[in-house]
Design a protein around this ligand. Structure first.
Ligand SMILES: Cc1cc2nc3c(=O)[nH]c(=O)nc-3n(C[C@H](O)[C@H](O)[C@H](O)COP(=O)(O)O)c2cc1C
Length: 200
C-alpha cells in the first residue's frame, strides 16, 4: 500500500458537469434537504448551482445531471388536491408549519411531463414520514420509475429523508442529505468514462 492509499481516497478532479437540482417544497423540508445535497455535491464537483424551485425551473431542463426532489403526498408526488391540503395544514396554527410560495403552481409531477433529458443521468430524493415505506409511499420512487422508463441512467437509487408526524425534519437528516450529495457526486464522476468526457 502506498502513502497516498493510506491517506484515503484521492480527491476527485472532475471538470464542470452541468448539474441541475430541481425541488418542490411546501413547508421547507425538501428545500432544506436540496440545499444540503448541493453542499455535499460541491465537495466533489467544482460547480454545483443552488437548487431551483420547480416553479422557477425551465421546462425540459437541458443538463448533464438532473437531481429531482419532492415531498411525498398520498404515497406519491403532489397533485392539486394534495397541494390544497398542504395549504390547509399551514393554516392550522397548531401544526407550526409555514407555507413556501409554490403551493398553487405546478409541481414535479407536471414538470416531468416536459420530458427533461439529462445527458449523464439523474437521481431522485424525497421527504416522507418516518415510518416503514410500505405505509408512507415515496415521491422519489415515483420520479425514479418515470425517468428509468424513459431509458435515462439512474446515478444512485432514490433516497428518502425523514420528517416526524408533524412534518418537521428529524434531527440528523440534513447531515445524511449532505452525505448523500457527496456520494452522488462520486457517482457522477464514475460515469464520466461512459459518457466520454475526460476528468480534467
Ligand atoms: C396532503 C399531504 C399528504 C401527505 N401524504 C404523505 C404520505 O402519503 N406519506 C408520507 O410519508 N408523508 C405524507 N405527507 C407528509 C409530507 O411528506 C411532509 O409534509 C413533507 O415531507 C414535507 O416536505 P416539505 O416541507 O418540503 O413540503 C403528506 C403531507 C401532505 C400535506
Amino acid at each position: 500500500m502506498t502513502d497516498s492509499n493510506l491517506a484515503g481516497p484521492a480527491p476527485l478532479t472532475v471538470g464542470p458537469a452541468d448539474v441541475s437540482i430541481v425541488f418542490e417544497s411546501f413547508f421547507g423540508n425538501t428545500h432544506a434537504v436540496a440545499e444540503a445535497i448541493a453542499d455535499g455535491m460541491r465537495e466533489n464537483l467544482p460547480i454545483v448551482p443552488a437548487p431551483v424551485r420547480v416553479s422557477d425551473a425551465l421546462p425540459s431542463a437541458v443538463c448533464d445531471v438532473l437531481v429531482l426532489g419532492a415531498p411525498t403526498h398520498a404515497h406519491s408526488l403532489s397533485r392539486s388536491s394534495s397541494r390544497r391540503e398542504a395549504e390547509a395544514w399551514a393554516k392550522d396554527l397548531g401544526k407550526h408549519l409555514t407555507l413556501e410560495r409554490e403551493s398553487l403552481g405546478p409541481g414535479i409531477r407536471e414538470w416531468l411531463q416536459t420530458d427533461p433529458t439529462p445527458a449523464w443521468g439523474y437521481a431522485s430524493f424525497d421527504t416522507r414520514v418516518d415510518m416503514p415505506r410500505i405505509f408512507t409511499g415515496s415521491a422519489a420512487a415515483t420520479i425514479s420509475r418515470q425517468l428509468r422508463k424513459r431509458g435515462i441512467r439512474e446515478l444512485v437509487g432514490p433516497e428518502s429523508f425523514l420528517v416526524d408526524k408533524d412534518s418537521h425534519l428529524i434531527p440528523g437528516e440534513l447531515e445524511r442529505a449532505r452525505a448523500w450529495g457527496v456520494a452522488l457526486a462520486r457517482a457522477v464522476a464514475s460515469v464520466l468514462p461512459a459518457v466520454g468526457r475526460e476528468p480534467r
